[in-house]
Design a protein. Structure first.
Ligand code: ATP
Ligand code: MG
Length: 445
């Protein structure tokens, strides 16, 4: 992409309504624009990152064997009356009437609808296990929408649902989700710690939230610092393997890590003092096992092996796809702007032309642009007629992990400069080597 043709409405001033750094940078980098409280338009740069994150979620769900599908955002109130949640959801549910005066609503989550789909089509235990998920817009009329996409009213969420014959099978589904979530967040360059949480309105007693540590997080968390040493890495997982998934689950959840809702001071005090940490975290996902709560309320049964109808065991699992943009920025930025992890960056690298209009510099930039594109990489070429300082400031703000700087002086010696956004370190090298180096870095992501 050429900057001269892109839509990147960068703001010079710091927007006064933004209280936290991710919200400030998303507005300043022209990623989002508020349309009303807690409701945003996603401008090209923000949309690109949103899609990258969504894509990682899809890839990891598919790896775990879960089936993608899509349910409507506007739903009839009838199903929600059946489960009892039409009233229970309270003011967070946006209720609408259609022209025939029928009660409709904008989906805050989708347990009811998926359970209805399930009971309409699945009759036998032989069709289990089954896990389906969607990535779809949700609406919750939050009392205090704030912090930009972190707590929006309209937000993008992955919600998945498993149907199993027995509690044991459903607990395997729970573990499988936990494992796949660990891998999902790590690919985004994030450490999201599974913490024992409270199931609230969802019911059931098995639930973990995934938290990214950040000073601006809304949740208070208590953990054994040894949990931050755990990494998932590139281990091979067979998601059908019950013992393997249970093993990973145990490895990542036995050390103390809890949100304030489930915090137990006495247990916490058993952790060696120097490892006891109290901090703040951003909830980027949650998994639940809630047994037969919905299947009993909504009569979602299958014929068991003995021919008798049994209610299925269920769980649901969510990832805050749009919130993740904020969480990643909170975890990865400096005073100049965002620092995107390679896995989610909107463009793989920036190209800064120090002397636009200079034949040699323009030619070298075009050649770099072509070679990178030919390798399947997406560079963002700042080809505007602007001062170098302004170009650097924009690149730093939008946070591409790598920048190639091209100027007449370097070109005389046959070199360009490759700079890491994270470390600020620069290295001079021939243009072909810069291309090779960038290609090698992204081969791993
Ligand atoms: P919270 O406690 O932050 O209100 P929740 O526990 O009600 O969230 P879930 O029903 O678990 O949310 O939804 C799954 C995920 O969706 C959450 O882990 C979070 O990342 C994201 N999410 C929930 N509410 C919002 C919101 N208002 N704006 C953006 N993302 C949200
Ligand atoms: Mg939650």
């Amino acid at each position: 992409m050429r900057m001269s043709r892109y839509f990147l409405p960068v703001l010079k001033e710091t927007p006064s309504e933004a209280q936290i750094v991710s919200h400030r940078y998303m507005l300043r980098a022209g990623m989002i624009k508020q349309s009303s409280a807690g409701i945003y338009s996603w401008l090209p740069l923000g949309y690109k990152v949103l899609k990258k994150i969504e894509n990682i979620v899809h890839e990891e769900q598919s790896r775990a064997g879960h089936l993608p599908m899509l349910m409507p955002t506007i739903q009839s109130a009838d199903l929600w009356r059946e489960s009892g949640r039409y009233e229970a959801f309270g003011d967070e549910m946006l209720r609408i009437k259609d022209r025939h005066d029928r009660d409709m609503l904008f989906t805050p989550t989708a347990e009811e609808l998926i359970t209805d789909i399930f009971r309409s089509h699945v009759n036998s235990y032989k069709d289990l296990p089954l896990t389906m998920y969607q990535i779809q817009w949700k609406f919750r009329d939050e009392v205090r929408p704030r912090f930009g996409v972190m707590r929006g009213r309209e937000f993008y969420m992955k919600d998945g649902y498993n149907f199993d014959l027995t509690k044991e099978d459903a607990l395997h589904a729970y573990n499988r989700h936990l494992v796949s979530y660990l891998r999902t967040y790590e690919r985004m360059g994030l450490q999201a710690i599974p913490m024992r949480a409270d199931s609230g309105a969802m019911g059931g007693d098995n639930t973990h939230e995934f938290l990214v540590l950040a000073e601006t997080g809304e949740s208070e968390v208590f953990y054994d610092s040894a949990v931050t040493d755990l990494t998932f890495g590139d281990r091979e997982i067979d998601y059908d393997n019950v013992e393997q998934c249970a093993g990973v689950m145990e490895e990542f959840t036995t050390k103390y890590a809890r949100t304030d809702e489930t915090h137990d001071e006495a247990l916490f005090n058993e952790v060696p003092e120097e490892r006891r940490k109290v901090a703040r975290g951003i909830e980027v996902g949650q998994i639940f096992y809630f047994g037969t709560k919905y299947s009993e309320a909504m009569k979602a049964t299958v014929q068991g092996p003995d021919g008798k109808p049994v209610p299925v065991h269920m769980g649901s699992h969510g990832i805050g796809v749009s919130r993740l943009l904020g969480a990643i920025i909170e975890a990865s930025h400096d005073d100049k702007g965002i620092i995107w992890p390679e896995g989610v960056t909107p463009f793989h690298c920036g190209i800064v032309n120090l002397k636009q209009g200079d034949e040699e510099a323009d030619g070298a930039c075009e050649a770099l642009y072509k070679s990178l594109t030919a390798l399947g990489l997406e560079p963002l070429y700042d080809d505007r007629n602007e001062r170098a300082g302004g170009k650097f400031a924009t690149m730093d703000l939008i946070g591409l992990p790598w920048r190639i700087t091209v100027g007449p002086r370097g070109l005389k010696n046959g070199v360009v400069e490759l700079t890491s956004r994270r470390t600020g370190e620069s290295e001079e090298m021939p243009p072909e080597d810069a291309v090779k180096k960038i290609a090698a870095i992204y081969a791993e992501h």
